[in-house]
Design a protein around this ligand. Structure first.
Ligand code: ADP
Ligand code: MG
Length: 204
């Protein structure tokens, strides 16, 4: 039987800049108030190996190529030429920079569950570049980095959050960060009002 949509899970990591900006509470609040259920949370200082695993084992060469392609597009949009010969080379440089970024300090890893959790979390998080992220999103409201500045300073774009890009990414990422026993199965009382078909039990 197909899984009910309310059971979808996604991985969110508050990156080191989010922790250092004292935004843990603000960020958790935004995912919590939409109706998502928190089923796993921990603080960790990722090693470089862990960060590489997170990006490369999950996405592989296809992710390197895609992230490099997006970067090239960004250069071209601005009428600039990419300094990298291939998308793959650019992708590798971004992965190295990401490994440094993610392992630079404590992060908060979380699993959120709910209807279309992956897409919903992406919507609330906003697009990759904070300055062009929509107002109302976490990245758009709470920080200000740009590709222009991160390129100039040869580092990752600092955008507070990692959020799984699609369901298959989420399914691969969750076991990298969480043991089975750290994922909690429980009923949240608000699931009644969000998902219960009959709404029995409100009236006395
Ligand atoms: P998202 O986090 O929005 O899913 P990607 O999966 O494409 O974005 O990239 C992962 C992370 O790598 C981004 O969140 C960002 O920190 C960094 N990154 C991506 N593209 C670039 C780029 N062109 N320059 C610098 N950093 C980048
Ligand atoms: Mg991504």
């Amino acid at each position: 039987m197909e899984q009910h949509p309310s059971k979808e899970r996604t991985l969110v990591i508050i990156k080191p800049d989010g922790v250092q900006r004292s935004l843990i509470g603000e960020i958790v609040k935004r995912y919590e108030r939409v109706g998502l259920k928190l089923i796993g949370i921990k603080m960790a200082i990722p090693t470089r190996e862990m960060a590489i695993k997170h990006y490369y084992e999950v996405g592989g060469d296809a992710w390197l190529e895609e992230v490099g392609r997006k970067a090239r597009e960004n250069y071209e949009k601005k009428g600039l030429q990419s300094p990298f010969a291939t998308n793959m080379e650019n992708g590798k440089a971004i992965m190295e920079a990401n490994a440094k970024y993610l392992s630079s300090g404590p992060v908060v890893a979380m699993i959120w569950q709910g209807n279309q959790a992956v897409a919903l979390v992406r919507k609330i998080t906003g697009s990759t570049e904070p300055l062009s992220s929509d107002v109302g999103t976490i990245r758009g409201d709470l920080t200000l980095d740009t590709y222009q500045m991160s390129d100039l300073d040869q580092r990752s774009i600092r955008n507070l959050i990692h959020a799984s890009g699609n369901v298959s990414e989420a399914e691969k990422e969750i076991p990298i960060w969480f043991e089975k026993a750290e994922i909690l199965n429980y009923t949240h009382l608000q699931e009644k009002i969000l998902y219960d078909v009959n709404l029995d039990g409100i009236l006395e």
